[in-house]
Design a protein around this ligand. Structure first.
Ligand SMILES: *Cc1c(COP(=O)(O)O)cnc(C)c1O
Length: 389
């Protein structure tokens, strides 16, 4: 019928489509980059300073220090904590590689701990069991956008410090969790330092790599700031050996444009998650798949919506969806304790059974803010078709 707006039938669903965001904000993003070009300041500079202030305010922390990536933010945090050869750092195995790769970079030993099956976050009982007098830090990941059980980790750290009479750092890997909260307290305020990533697929993504360390301790903030720029203060006088990990003005300018929209995007992600929950609840797929669990008193920011697929059907389901042009991904197909580069640590595959199980079952579905309801319906219909439901 002419004159009636009928949405086109869905023929494909992307895992992430950043062009939809660009369609809204492209003009503002381009204008911000033009400003940087005209300013002639491309590294750090006023845009980075402004972003650091904005992110500190957003995270409700005292300090924020921009750097080149989330991976570097983690490395800088360990350097600022003086983690060194002989030290152990407890990390999850079910996470992105950068959570653990920073540990050998400072000469220390990663100790992999298993996850809770409900949230996929680090299991406090596992961490407690792996603490030794060598434990110098624990890196807790807020995986997929849901805060980990931080009060439990704070208590574990306190007990370890009392037992061994040395500081144990609690570091938050908040790369997937900007804006996430637990008991009304934002991530970044639970540990000594918290690391953010502005990789384009993160909830607040730049137009390239970028990262930040946020914290409340002035001395740690000053140390990270020194370390990110060759330990140099003043110019050409080097107090210690740092790295080159400065944030560029282009990235900061883009992120300053996007930050005011972050809460609305997070809300849209949450609505999409609820829509999936409702669609799957009606689909009669109990025993075939499980939807992700949101646990009490948390603001989940849904960087990923990850289902479990049972009975060894995950890869087959994914291939079926790919065939129907529906984008999905697997975060993560192999625990870090099983990675070739960590073979020297001597872990066996089933040392961390929950990690192993998760790696075999997880499937991430599209959840980005601009995803359309009819695309979600199309996806869920395809999952039902696969299982004959
Ligand atoms: C993305 C990510 C990182 C690394 O961030 P980059 O900016 O890509 O270096 C670290 N940890 C986790 C959990 C991540 O998701």
């Amino acid at each position: 019928m002419k004159g009636l707006l009928v949405s086109a039938p869905v023929a494909s669903v992307p895992l992430l489509d950043l062009k939809r965001q660009y369609a809204e904000l492209g003009d503002a993003m381009n204008a911000a980059l033009l400003n940087v070009n005209e300013s002639g300041m491309f590294i750090l500079g006023p845009e980075v300073k402004k972003l650091e202030e904005n992110i500190a305010k957003y995270s409700r922390t005292n300090f924020a220090i921009g750097c080149a990536s989330g991976s570097d933010a983690l490395l800088l945090a360990l350097m600022a904590a003086d983690v060194a050869p002989g030290d152990e750092v407890i990390v999850p195995s079910f996470t992105f590689f950068a959570t653990a790769s920073c540990v050998p970079r400072v000469g220390a030993t990663p100790v992999f701990a298993d996850i809770e099956p409900t949230t996929w976050n680090l299991d406090p009982k596992e961490v407690e069991a792996k603490i030794t007098e060598k434990t110098r830090a624990i890196i807790v990941v807020h995986l997929f956008g849901q805060a980990a059980d931080m009060p439990a980790f704070q208590a574990i750290v306190k007990r370890a410090e009392e037992r061994f009479g040395r500081k144990v750092y609690l570091i938050e890997d908040s790369c997937q969790a900007i804006g996430a909260e637990l008991d009304g307290v934002s991530v970044g305020n639970w540990g000594d330092m918290s690391c953010l990533s502005f990789y384009p697929t993160k909830n607040l993504g730049g137009a390239g790599d970028g990262g930040m360390v946020v914290c409340n301790d002035e001395a740690l903030a000053a140390r990270v700031k020194l370390l990110r720029a060759h330990g140099m203060e003043p110019r050409y006088y080097h107090k210690e050996i740092g790295i080159n990990s400065r944030l560029d003005s282009y990235q900061a300018a883009i992120l300053n444009v996007k930050l005011p929209y972050l809460d609305a995007w997070t809300e849209a992600r949450g609505k999409n998650a609820e829509r999936y929950d409702a669609l799957f609840a009606d689909a009669g797929l109990d025993g075939f798949i499980a939807t992700p669990k949101k646990v009490g008193n948390r603001r989940h920011v849904w960087n990923q919506y990850v289902i479990r697929v049972f009975n060894g059907k995950r890869d087959e389901l994914r291939a079926f969806l790919t065939e129907k042009k529906i984008g999905t991904d697997i975060y993560y197909p192999l625990g870090l304790h099983e990675q070739e580069c960590f073979a020297y640590l001597g872990y066996k595959a089933d040392d961390l059974p929950e990690t192993r199980k998760a790696a075999a079952e997880v499937l991430a579905l599209p959840i980005f803010p601009e995803l359309r309801p009819e695309e979600q319906e199309y996806l869920v219909a395809a999952v039902r078709e696969f299982f004959g439901k």
